[in-house]
Design a protein around this ligand. Structure first.
Ligand SMILES: NC(=O)c1ccc[n+]([C@@H]2O[C@H](COP(=O)([O-])OP(=O)(O)OC[C@H]3O[C@@H](n4cnc5c(N)ncnc54)[C@H](O)[C@@H]3O)[C@@H](O)[C@H]2O)c1
Length: 325
């Protein structure tokens, strides 16, 4: 049985991947400091280390302990500061987690001869505003936030480690992922937040006129992309998306249809610097990784709604608790 290590394995995408890896017979190790992740989301069959990736010593110690009997075959790197607006407020902290923390993981991978590292990068924040929609991987990145800059800088580190140390990697530039276990506020969580607010009879905020577009990809499809990225020998950068531009107004319509309720909306001005359009072309992933998204938006929204209805604690309560600390 091969061994995988998942950083951020208590979070939204990471914990869904951990479940799938375990279901497929892998031995899984999770590193997470639970800043936004939840212990309840960690599969009980995974070995969990409550470690902060910014601590080089602690990261190295996990890799050393875990490499004694069986070597780690691949590392999936999700642990991150994921809030674009928080990165603008505090670029130093974003740098510490997303770049410095990433290098800690990468160094341990190199020292322990991990076969491959698969990195959760981002499409929207790395490309920035661009003329080409759907955006391909050949578009010149133009990040407009510290979050995007540090994600791109870490991609460059992966390429550098490959060139200098022959350390293989796969970068997946994700569109807007949605689905069960996503709870954090902010732009990437718009579907989950709208659903959570509706289920809990709260108001949702609509920024701007709702004509801004995003490319929403369901978490199960994203998990499959990570597994493909790990299994294949291909090195490189791949967009993981649907290639479909969806307006926020369309999301509101679908949620109102599936919940059979009118959403309680409060309209505010566009957030400063908010992207108007974002949509990624996934042809490269289709051709090389043999990956395509399968979940139709309404079906994904229904699944997210079912999950949200079964939650004891709502998103906003959780979000506020994390940020009160
Ligand atoms: N959700 C999206 O739409 C989306 C889009 C593009 C890229 N991504 C990337 O995918 C990855 C996962 O995102 P997510 O939406 O699952 O977010 P998430 O917040 O649910 O997961 C991140 C996990 O990392 C952990 N973490 C944060 N800082 C840490 C630290 N210093 N040390 C150890 N663990 C730490 C958190 O506790 C959490 O469990 C991130 O790298 C994010 O940038 C997500």
């Amino acid at each position: 049985m091969e061994k995988c290590l998942v950083t951020g394995g208590a979070g939204f995408i990471g914990s869904n991947l951990v479940d799938k890896l375990i279901e497929n017979g892998y031995e899984v190790v999770v590193i997470d400091n639970l800043v936004t992740g939840k212990k309840d989301y960690i599969n009980p069959r995974a070995k969990f280390y409550n470690v902060d990736i910014t601590s080089a010593d602690e990261v190295e110690s996990v890799f050393n302990q875990e490499s004694v009997k069986t070597s780690i075959d691949c590392v999936f790197h999700f642990a991150a500061q994921i809030d674009v607006y928080a990165s603008v407020e505090n670029p130093f902290f974003d740098n510490k987690v997303n770049l410095f923390g990433g290098i800690n993981i990468l160094e341990s991978c190199r020292k322990n001869k991990v076969r491959k590292m698969i990195f959760a990068s981002t499409g929207g924040a790395v490309y920035g505003d661009t003329e080409e929609i759907p955006t391909t991987e050949d578009t010149e990145p133009n990040p407009l936030s510290p979050y995007g800059i540090h994600k791109l800088a870490f991609e460059k580190y992966l390429n550098y480690y490959y060139k200098v140390y022959a350390h293989p990697y796969c970068i997946l530039r994700l569109a807007n992922v949605y689905g069960p276990r996503q709870y954090k506020g902010g732009e990437t969580g718009v579907i989950t937040n709208f659903i959570d607010n509706t289920v809990n009879n709260r108001q949702s905020i609509l920024y701007g006129d709702g004509n801004q577009t995003r490319d929403f990809v369901y978490v199960d499809d994203v998990v499959k992309a990570f597994i493909k990225g790990a299994k294949q020998d291909n090195i490189g950068v791949f967009n993981i998306s649907t290639g479909v531009e969806t307006r926020i107004l369309d999301i509101i319509n679908i949620i109102e249809t599936v919940t059979e309720e009118k959403m309680n909306l409060c309209c505010k001005n566009f957030k400063p610097g908010e992207q108007q359009r974002s949509c990624l072309n996934f042809s490269r992933a289709e051709q090389i990784l043999r990956w395509t998204p399968h979940t139709e938006l309404t079906k994904g929204i229904r699944k997210t709604l079912d999950w949200s209805r079964n939650q004891k604690i709502s998103n906003n309560q959780e979000f506020n608790e994390v940020y009160k600390q």
